[in-house]
Design a protein around this ligand. Sequence first.
Ligand SMILES: *[C@@H]1O[C@H](CO)[C@@H](O)[C@H](O)[C@H]1NC(C)=O
Ligand SMILES: *[C@@H]1O[C@H](CO)[C@@H](O)[C@H](O)[C@H]1NC(C)=O
Ligand SMILES: *[C@@H]1O[C@H](CO)[C@@H](O)[C@H](O)[C@H]1NC(C)=O
Ligand SMILES: *[C@@H]1O[C@H](CO)[C@@H](O)[C@H](O)[C@H]1NC(C)=O
Ligand SMILES: *[C@@H]1O[C@H](CO)[C@@H](O)[C@H](O)[C@H]1NC(C)=O
Ligand SMILES: *[C@@H]1O[C@H](CO)[C@@H](O)[C@H](O)[C@H]1NC(C)=O
Length: 786
Amino acid sequence: MVAAKVRTMLATTSLVAGVAAGVVSRAAGAPYIDYENLPGETIFPGPWEQYICAPVDKSHITPAKIWKANGDVKTSPGLIVIGQGAELTVEFAENIGGWVCFTVSSVQGGGLAANLGYSESPFFAGPTPDATGDNPRDLALPFNFDNSTGTKCVGKDFLRGSFKYLTIQTNAAAEDAAATAPAAQVAISDLWVNCSAFPSQPNGRAYTGYFHSSSPLLNRIWYAGAWTLQLSTIVPEEGSALVDFNRQILGLSPAAPGTWYSNYTVSGGRSVTTDGAKRDRLVWPGDMSIAVPGIAVSTYDMASVRNALDVLYDHQYADGSMPYAGPPLGFRGEFSDTYHLHTLLGTYNYVLYSGDAGWLRRDAGRRWAQYLRALAVSMAKVDGRDLLQVTSRDDWIRPGVSGHFGEASALLHAVLTRTLRLAAWAGEAEPDGQPWQAMRARLERGLLSLYCADTGLFSDNAEDRSCNGTDRVEPQDGNSWALIARLAALQATNPSVPRNVSDNLRKRWIKFGAPAVEFPNVISPFASGFELMAHAAAGNVAHAVELCLLEWGYLLDGPGFTNSTLAEGFRTDGYVQYPAYPSAARNSHAHGWAAGPTAVLVAGVLGIELAAPAGAEWSIRPELTPWLSFARGGFATALGRFEVALRRVTAAPQPADGQQQRKGVVVEIAVPEGTRGVVQLGPGGQEVQVGPQGGGPRRWVVWEGGAQAEGVQAGSSSALGGQGGGGGDDNSERWYARVEQSDSGETLSFDESWAVPAMQDRPAGVVDWDALEKNYIQKPWAGGAQ
Ligand SMILES: *[C@@H]1O[C@H](CO)[C@@H](O)[C@H](O)[C@H]1NC(C)=O
Ligand SMILES: *[C@@H]1O[C@H](CO)[C@@H](O)[C@H](O)[C@H]1NC(C)=O
Ligand SMILES: *[C@@H]1O[C@H](CO)[C@@H](O)[C@H](O)[C@H]1NC(C)=O
Ligand SMILES: *[C@@H]1O[C@H](CO)[C@@H](O)[C@H](O)[C@H]1NC(C)=O
Ligand SMILES: *[C@@H]1O[C@H](CO)[C@@H](O)[C@H](O)[C@H]1NC(C)=O
Ligand SMILES: *[C@@H]1O[C@H](CO)[C@@H](O)[C@H](O)[C@H]1NC(C)=O
């Protein structure tokens, strides 16, 4: 009821976009979604909401079950009684975060001293917590039940950003305790977690986007990505797990190794997107290249994105370089050439999805001026070899960042392409002499010189890690960015090369995913997120979906993972250690940079890509891929709802003898009134211009075998309502099973005969133990290379 009412209200306030210059005009009315005041109700109600992990009441999350109990623990309905020397581990339904609270209904023996142990992974569940810092494990948190009853919570500083297992270990009775003393005991009638993450959402389940397909696994992956991004979005005053680093910066006296708390201010504003929920709880710009598009299509929490960007810009160094990360980094010259460029990509993504080009112009164009100074820093590093020569070895902790570096060069190319658009949206222009376009052409030549024709992949740098180098490496990150950048020269040399590179990346996959060969022993959902984008950019959306199922399927169901949030990385043999750290317990199991599928499934399978702020212009190039028989989804922006539904159909009547029954895919779209774009009917197929008038649902059937696509009769019911008012909005579980007529009079029915293809068997990776030890990160606060 309430949901329907809110949707009606939102629909009537949807605005007509000023699309003329691709600049969003808000003058015509309130935004469809105001990300300064996110909606309290979902925008797309439907059966897909069963996949949302966010709890109904985040301030009172109770455990799903008792996972383990040792010693004096007695349970009865609604009550747990714990005595001395006992150990109780509870499991929550999913990875969550917050302050632990208890309601004590009775005490005996004057109270009980206890310790709390937290873990994301079941592998580290127990009295000793997992790790947030440089020590192998954190210290357990002392928690004393005194002799009073009532509600008791851990202190404000001891918010644990992410855990799925909580262990309460009680102290044993003192040896000299009088034998007659009554045994200490507490009766707990409630145990819950008060979560303060995603503070900008009044209702964590009020998503502004959705995804639903014939693959339950893919659906779980999409929603796990969204939930990971929500848990990683925090109250700015509750940040930073780098306690040792903070201490160094703040000059605080040393605490015991393994001490932890979450109370460092990492940005301004009321909410901010960070790298991960347990750690580092900091603004990391590299992570944002995956996180921001994912946030945009799931919760539209763009204010949290802007707060992250603002703190980076506020710490821009005097020479124009951007900090490696937000506070507590950024005070001592920490810098990375690639992360510097990711801040510029984040700027583009923020303006693209939010529509807030005005942010660049605010304060006499301060942010735009800062952007240009930062861009100049990277451009000045491109020398006669037409590649960016890095001055920092820092990237996503992977080794080998050096010389005329391919990944940074491809990133700069991608940034320049986006700068041309961003400038237009900000009412600015490329300087005379077209230096950005000229630089882009030079980078293409440089990047082509890194291409190794024998393997059909790009090498890592022009020096030792080149095709003919002493330490040849063909990196996952650099190859992915070369494809994402869509190098025109590469396409011109031989149009088959991008697809070939994508195929060659796929050939390297192992049992649990795509190895990041530039970082020995690592499967990185971060670099693999870039690989997903790369396959889609090369026209191999099917590879992207297959990699989601392979790698992200393991991130959910693999041993030691949380089956709810997505981890930072893991070892090529499948173990939960992220090889940047010697301690496997340090892995962050809710890391925004692992959320790649959330945006890529929308941009790849549904094919929705925005081409102007908030989607005033867009393109829709859907591709169901062999892995799916139906898929639908979309998202809303300030301008309105973008939605696509795809389903496999067979046509009746049967054709004459000897002919195959016609099969096809029905493509249905709905876009906001006043926007315009192009729909491509089938991969490489016919293109149809749509808008700016008449945003309501439109349908076509795209025939297998290349026959001309045709319309679907307007009279038959459609799945999508859209604010254009198509009379649809079929939110039933089997929305894809409707029967409709093509314009030529054929009856289109869902293809029930379709079967999921088998996944290829691949061998697991073999760990190189020497390389593992060699590549552990140095303690960043100890100085030296990070
Ligand atoms: C949760 O924590 C917030 C912030 O400390 C507090 O305002 C709120 O009352 C708490 N809610 C519950 C149910 O404990
Ligand atoms: C609780 O303990 C305090 C001292 O720790 C004591 O003064 C008080 O009498 C005790 N109350 C009860 C009800 O045992
Ligand atoms: C953060 O919490 C720790 C542990 O309680 C405390 O020592 C420190 O002073 C707190 N810092 C701030 C900025 O509140
Ligand atoms: C395509 O990749 C193969 C390796 O799989 C390579 O041998 C071939 O040269 C590549 N083709 C082109 C045009 O680069
Ligand atoms: C590598 O060496 C071969 C043979 O010496 C040469 O043909 C090729 O151009 C070199 N490749 C690069 C990328 O320098
Ligand atoms: C993970 O959770 C899903 C339900 O969301 C369940 O179907 C699946 O079996 C779980 N996987 C494991 C390994 O427990």
